[in-house]
Design a protein around this ligand. Structure first.
Ligand code: ANZ
Length: 816
């Protein structure tokens, strides 16, 4: 009998799987396809720790379960290689990012294989492979031709540390998402993707996705759809007009002043001479502030009066126009009507500058009184609209404004166009040529990819230009349209462009003539289950949805949502409860645990057993020890079975064994369907305990049918969690195929329905009690229960009965 030795069996099977290619798939229309995908990992220099491993253990368990059930499972892996860390490393060390990323991905891949993660490695690619980014560039041209990629000069978030612009999504509370330093604004010419054209569909289509409500809500908030009206106010004594956006047109009669954003182009035209100086100074100070600071409701309100007035279109009233930084230029029209009685920010502003406050909505009497009531109610101080409720008034007022051509309904979005250009080296070059005559020209497909030139140093210039601008041989080219001298765009694409379509490329990774073959896409996509942490609520998950919709509209694919179900797993924290991080020195690498002898299987079981998959947990080495002991026990009882010498029969114990087997098959199957990995593993642990109880009296033996079924099922049910030990046992059980492609065991309800049976208890042949006992209970257990029953004991007493007759499954007769 062999000892459980993971360090021997694990590498052995990993080699067999690679040699036989059991995870490699092709389209097979006779089988149900199942595309299970992990978030595109960024291969940083640090190696994978047990926190990362959880993601892949979850997707692998799902993939294996599906494969065992006969599905055609695509579980591929590739690398999100572009981006700042590799470039910053290159700047520090001089090592070309092309080299360092391959070293990192190589290590990452080795770790995944070591963990027994079953992937189709024949589909591997990296986003920095020119054969891949050729098609990222091509997709850029698809967006460009559809008017969805454009260049525009605007004030942009700029990170002085990383020397690059950042997308809105990459600025968190005024700080760079990567380095955490404060960002500033710089006027720069940048490339954008027009994601705003898709705002409605991106918000509406969330409805049908099998994603968590939290992620959907975050996307909805980010898109920030709000319904309201645009209303035009005339500027008194001038030809100017100001449009404002409001979600509360019903409060128009309560507008006591107007506020323009400091950047509003009208400010300088309407400001009165005596207010000009102050206004200029105010504008300058305001522009330097971040939107987050400006919107902070806790902050003391600031502003200046322009000296100009606006005419309220509903009642002709003259109201002063102010400039204040709490109004943002980037939202709505950059101007608001202020209704201090019903809007908190306007209220604070009116209090500070002693502006009038006019209540126009009566707060319902049955609600807690508020100084600044912002809810619905009955209209007051609003002339002919008085007495209406606010919802009705909104419609009537907007209809009347529309008739007078001074207003209309408007839907507004918070989302801004996606800033895509980066002034950095390590990204896919934007495939545009600037020509004196033809302007911006997309590089034709047959001239793609535009490859990154080799460079001596990768430092950004800091003047807002990419290092590529320093390579004249690369920059100077000819116009693809007219052939005259032209220059290449020197900005590169944000890495999120590459991760916006990689899931399509896995269906057809080495196609050189197209981004992908339509039939292959039709077969494999959309992704059935997408698995990753919760950190990508907006950026990647929104961008990928956007590109998918564009590709759909361009007729390239026939679906418009990329990820049918999204599953965000919980984090594994260090044993000290903190995030695992190199700087805390608390990371735990799977490599070390494997070297310590625990083996990948025990680590995998621990990753899934530690907590429900969507909840976080602290890593525990004692817990890992427990998982290792569980696998050792499963191994040992299987060995006893395989090498068993004592063939015995015991009908009752065999029934109990069979029931336990079928119960476990059912439980593990049902749990796996709902991703109940931890409870499935708990059921397997219980099953092994039961096997240990049974084997005391019924020794495991290969010719005992009940044992054969139990041990075979054990190997099969363990396979999604602990693929190596189960493969070894399966092979020792005499199979020459892999447990992972053989079949998933099924249960027979007949062993489960009679979970409880009713036993009649007689004393001297007279009926004294009826007992419900587990069908699997033994004779000893049943007679003991019968003797302990109160009604029975009354006739039997405490002395040992002379005789106990047991008719299996039916009756106990006691002769006192
Ligand atoms: C008058 C009013 C009265 C408003 C009231 C609210 C309550 P959401 O829901 O986020 O779309 N607003 C409009 N444009 C703005 C800008 N550029 N910067 C700052 N605030 C702006 O918010 C829409 C409301 O935010 C608008 O409706 C406007 O104030 C303000 F009792 O108009 B409201």
């Amino acid at each position: 009998m062999k000892r459980y030795n993971p360090s021997e069996i694990e590498p052995k099977w990993q080699k067999v799987w690679a040699d036989t290619g059991i995870y490699e798939v092709t389209e097979d229309h006779k089988k149900t396809k199942n595309y299970i995908l992990d978030f595109f990992p960024y291969p940083s220099g640090a190696s994978m720790h047990v926190g990362h491993v959880r993601n892949y253990t979850i997707s692998d368990a799902l993939a294996r379960f599906a494969r065992q059930r006969g599905q055609n499972v695509l579980h591929p892996m590739g690398w999100d290689e572009f981006g700042l860390p590799a470039e910053n490393y290159a700047i520090k060390t001089g090592v070309a990012p092309q080299e360092s990323v391959k070293k990192n991905t190589g290590h990452f891949k080795k770790q995944l294989i070591q963990m027994g993660i079953g992937m189709d490695w024949t589909r591997e690619f990296g986003s920095s492979d020119p054969s891949y980014y050729k098609w990222t560039q091509w997709l850029f041209t698809v967006l460009f031709e559809r008017g969805l990629a454009y260049q525009k000069e605007s004030l942009q978030w700029w990170c002085d540390t990383d020397k690059t612009v950042l997308a809105n999504e990459q600025v968190e509370a005024g700080r760079c998402w990567r380095c955490g330093n404060k960002v500033t604004k710089k006027p720069l010419k940048q490339w954008f993707f027009k994601i705003t054209d898709y705002a409605d569909r991106l918000a509406d289509d969330l409805e049908d996705l099998d994603w968590s409500d939290a992620i959907k809500a975050m996307q909805r908030n980010w898109i920030g759809k709000s319904r309201g009206a645009e209303v035009t106010f005339k500027v008194a004594d001038s030809d100017h007009e100001v449009a404002i956006f409001t979600t509360r047109p019903d409060t128009l009669f309560g507008a006591t002043f107007m506020v323009l954003a400091p950047e509003h182009p009208l400010v300088r035209r309407i400001v009165s001479d005596d207010q000009r100086q102050m206004t200029e100074e105010y504008i300058e100070a305001a522009i330097a502030k971040s939107d987050v600071d400006r919107m902070d409701t806790e902050r003391e309100k600031t502003g200046v009066a322009t000296g100009a007035y606006a005419i309220n279109p509903v009642n002709g009233q003259k109201i002063p126009i102010w400039v204040a930084d709490y109004v943002l230029m980037g939202y709505g029209t950059g101007a608001i009507m202020a209704v201090p009685a019903h809007d908190e920010r306007d209220f604070a502003f009116a209090e500070k500058f002693s502006l009038p406050i006019v209540q126009v909505v009566e707060q319902p009497a049955d609600t807690e009184p508020e100084t600044c009531y912002h809810g619905d109610g009955v209209m007051i101080n609003s002339e002919k609209y008085d007495g209406l409720d606010t919802a009705e008034a909104r419609e009537k007022i907007v209809a009347d404004l529309h008739k007078k051509q001074v207003g209309h309904e408007r839907v507004n979005y918070k989302i801004r166009d996606w800033l895509i250009s980066r002034q950095r080296y390590w990204g896919a070059p934007i495939p545009i040529v600037h020509c004196q005559k033809d302007g911006q020209v997309a590089v034709p497909t047959d001239q793609l990819p535009i490859e990154l030139p080799a460079m001596e140093s990768y430092e950004p210039s800091g003047d807002g230009r990419s290092p590529l601008a320093r390579v004249p041989e690369w920059v100077n080219t000819t116009c693809p349209k007219c052939g005259s001298p032209a220059t290449r765009e020197t900005d590169t694409m944000d890495g999120f462009a590459c991760s916006s379509w990689y899931f399509l490329r896995f269906a057809d990774p080495y196609n050189t003539g197209a981004a992908f073959d339509a039939d292959k896409i039709k077969y494999w996509l959309p992704v059935d289950t997408y698995i990753g942490g919760a950190e990508h609520a907006v950026m990647h998950l929104l961008y990928a949805r956007f590109w998918t919709k564009v590709m759909h509209d361009a007729g390239l694919i026939d679906f418009d949502e990329p990820f049918t179900s999204l599953r965000n797993h919980g984090m594994i924290w260090a044993p000290d409860g903190r995030k695992m991080s190199k700087s805390f020195g608390n990371t735990i690498a799977p490599d070390d645990l494997i070297a310590d002898g625990y083996g990948a299987d025990a680590i995998r079981v621990m990753e899934l057993f530690i907590a429900p998959w969507n909840q976080g947990a602290n890593w525990s080495t004692e817990g890992l020890g427990g998982c290792y002991r569980f696998l050792t026990r499963a191994w040992t009882v299987s060995q006893e079975y395989i090498h068993g010498t004592k063939l015995m029969a015991n009908h009752e114990l065999e029934t109990r064994l069979t029931i336990a087997t079928h119960k476990t098959i059912k439980k593990v199957t049902e749990d796996l369907h709902s991703m109940g990995f931890n409870t499935a593993i708990a059921a397997l642990m219980e099953f092994v305990n039961e096997l240990y109880k049974i084997k005391v009296e019924l020794p495991p033996h290969a010719d005992n049918l009940a044992w054969r079924e139990a041990i075979s099922a054990l190997a099969q049910l363990l396979a999604p969690f602990a693929p190596h030990i189960s493969e070894e046992l399966w092979s020792e059980l005499g199979h020459d195929d892999s447990v992972h492609v053989d079949h998933w065991p099924t249960w027979d309800e007949k062993y489960l329905v009679a979970d409880v049976i009713t036993i009649v208890v007689q004393v001297n042949g007279k009926l004294r009690a009826k007992l419900d006992v587990p069908a699997a209970a033994s004779e000893q257990e049943i007679t003991a229960t019968a003797l302990q029953d109160e009604k029975v004991a009354a006739f039997v007493g405490t002395a040992k009965p002379r005789k106990v007759i047991y008719v299996p499954g039916r009756l106990v007769n006691i002769v006192p």
